[in-house]
Design a protein around this ligand. Structure first.
Ligand code: G3I
Length: 516
């Protein structure tokens, strides 16, 4: 199990809160003397302190240097900062042994002035790694890694609360399950363990995190990473925490239960869980801006609310805070994934974060799917192919539908037209339970197929899960539904297993989400 020494850095958020109250800049305070002055801490920062969670933002060095409004909001609204790029290996050590500390120093200095904690990001990552690493042999690379970690930790000893030691080492689309990187190719998976051990030797106090993309969603990647963490911790590898990056889109993101269960299981390994890079794209959901931004508010509220509800989650870091500087804008498809707009106005998502910090979760309305429990037999359900059989559910109360004699992978259990029920669109929570027969396990997917006037069908993936033949598995997810034209047909489909595998389903729900 991981070592658990109490030290100043680990209790910094509490210390900062106490210090801030002593100095008169805690919740509700307007700071010293001047009654007209802005509160030193904004609403987000005060709400995070009240919730006992860290609220962070990734810091863009260019914006920090050139944009006073950016710097002012960063200081006011967040108590935890992560350099977005300045502490990556490439920017920090562009040539072997030659360091470029200026941007990182600025962020750490400012954080101290603003009583914010810092998380460094990231020692070992295949992106933004310096090109000189490519010329090194295995042992040279290991030595370079050790040197880089030691030098950086030495410089910021006592001033940085935590580091992402390894980032994105898992890729379940490869044969090995590991990311094909300069590190993996030269050293195999041992580089992960080595990096953590080097970091712990260099600084016995700082918190050491593993950070990964796509973990928030239950599934193969989350499972692989969970097993990796379990194995490493069992071998005594010093890992203190895990970051769920959480780059989501409002047209599809994990359900609350899914996210909470995932947080819980990693926390039960003894890891501090951080939501480490939260942003929520909106433009993949058609519809006007108000509808998209409302769905985005719900997404932020849900993720932040999940962290607040789970004692094992210590905080949420947003990957930036203003749409003006989001990394997504540089990816060729600009979006509006953050909580302040491009002119620094607070968006509905800002209120979503506030509500989440206050422990208020989005509320689900009535189920919009008729006969989702199959209590009226197969009414309102059909088979796109194969035979639909409704009977008493195996090993649970109530009824279930099973699709048998499927001769194609796309043979699915299909709902009646849901147009009337779903005409308002918006954020929806989908849930169901599924089982397969005729195979030990198979991946199932729920989709919403939306046909619109003059537009080809759009297939929205609601959720995927690996189902098995021994017990019911939850298949759930969230979707932001919008329309590009008048809908002519909307059906829900559950299928995806190989031909010949029976798909069983019950408790199907699609509930609209709101935030009263
Ligand atoms: O600093 C150089 C600048 O000198 C040069 O003129 C300019 C020309 O394009 O590039 C600048 O570097 C860019 C850097 O951002 C700073 O703006 C890089 O090209 C660009 O690749 C880099 O993108 C960053 C990306 O990681 C790198 O893959 C994004 O800002 C950053 O938000 C993103 O963050 C990652 C996390 O670290 C890990 N998780 C995923 C997340 C999103 O991809």
């Amino acid at each position: 199990m991981i070592p658990r020494t109490t030290n100043l850095r680990r209790i910094l958020p509490l210390a900062v809160t106490l210090a801030a109250s002593t100095l008169g800049c805690s919740e509700g305070s307007t700071g010293p003397a001047d009654d007209d002055a802005e509160p030193a801490h904004g609403r987000l920062r005060r709400a995070a302190a009240a919730a006992g969670k860290l609220l962070g933002a990734a810091v863009n060095s260019g914006a920090l240097a050139s944009d006073p409004t950016y710097a002012e909001i960063l200081a006011r609204e967040f108590d935890y900062v992560t350099p977005e790029n300045a502490t990556k290996w490439g920017p920090l050590e562009p040539a072997d042994g030659t360091y470029s500390w200026a941007n990182a120093d600025t962020i750490v200095d400012l954080a101290e002035q603003n009583a914010q904690s810092v998380k460094g990001h990231t020692f070992v990552w295949h992106q933004q790694a310096p090109s000189w690493l490519n010329a090194l042999g295995a042992e040279e690379l290991r030595a370079a890694m050790k040197q880089h970690i030691e030098t950086t930790l030495e410089r910021y000893r006592g001033r940085v609360r935590a580091w992402d030691v390894v980032n994105e080492a898992v890729d379940t689309t490869t044969e090995s399950g590991y990311t094909d990187s300069v590190f993996y190719r030269a050293l195999g998976p041992s580089y992960i363990e080595d990096a953590f051990r080097f970091a712990r030797e260099a600084d016995p106090e700082v918190l050491l995190f593993y950070n990964e993309v796509g973990l928030e969603r239950a599934g193969p990647k989350s499972n692989f990473t969970y097993e990796l963490m379990r194995a490493l911790l069992e071998r005594g590898v010093p890992i203190d925490g895990i970051g769920f990056q959480s780059h989501v889109s409002i047209h599809r993101y994990p359900s609350l239960d899914n996210l909470r269960e995932n947080i819980r299981r990693f926390a039960e390994l003894g890891l501090r869980v951080n939501v480490s890079e939260l942003d929520a794209r909106t433009l993949l959901m058609p519809g006007d801006r108000d509808a998209r931004w409302f769905a985005q508010r719900i997404a932020f509220q849900q993720v932040v609310g999940a962290c607040v509800a789970e004692p094992g989650c210590e905080g949420v870091t947003l990957w930036g805070f203003t749409d003006r500087y989001s990394w997504i804008n540089d990816e060729g498809e600009p979006d509006d994934p953050l909580v302040f707009d491009r002119d620094y106005a607070e968006k509905p998502a800002y209120d979503g974060v506030l509500a989440g910090l206050a422990g208020r979760l989005p509320v689900a309305g009535d189920n919009l799917v008729g006969n989702g429990d199959f209590s009226s037999g197969s009414e309102r359900w059909t088979a796109s192919e194969g035979e639909l059989e409704v009977d008493a559910a195996a090993a649970r109360d109530g009824s279930a539908a099973c699709l048998r004699t499927r001769s194609a992978e796309d043979a699915a259990i299909q709902s009646a037209d849901l147009r009337e029920a779903l005409s308002a669109g918006g954020p929806l929570a989908f849930s169901s339970v599924v089982l397969v027969q005729g195979a030990e396990r198979a991946t199932l997917e729920a989709t919403l197929v939306v046909e619109e006037e003059g537009v080809g069908p759009r297939v929205l993936s609601l959720a995927t899960v690996e189902a098995n033949d021994t017990g019911w598995t939850e298949l759930s997810g969230y979707v932001g539904l919008g329309f590009t034209a008048e809908p002519t047909n909307i059906v829900l489909k559950i299928g995806g297993a190989p031909a010949g595998v029976d798909v069983c389903l019950t408790q199907v729900e699609l509930r609209p989400l709101s935030s009263p």
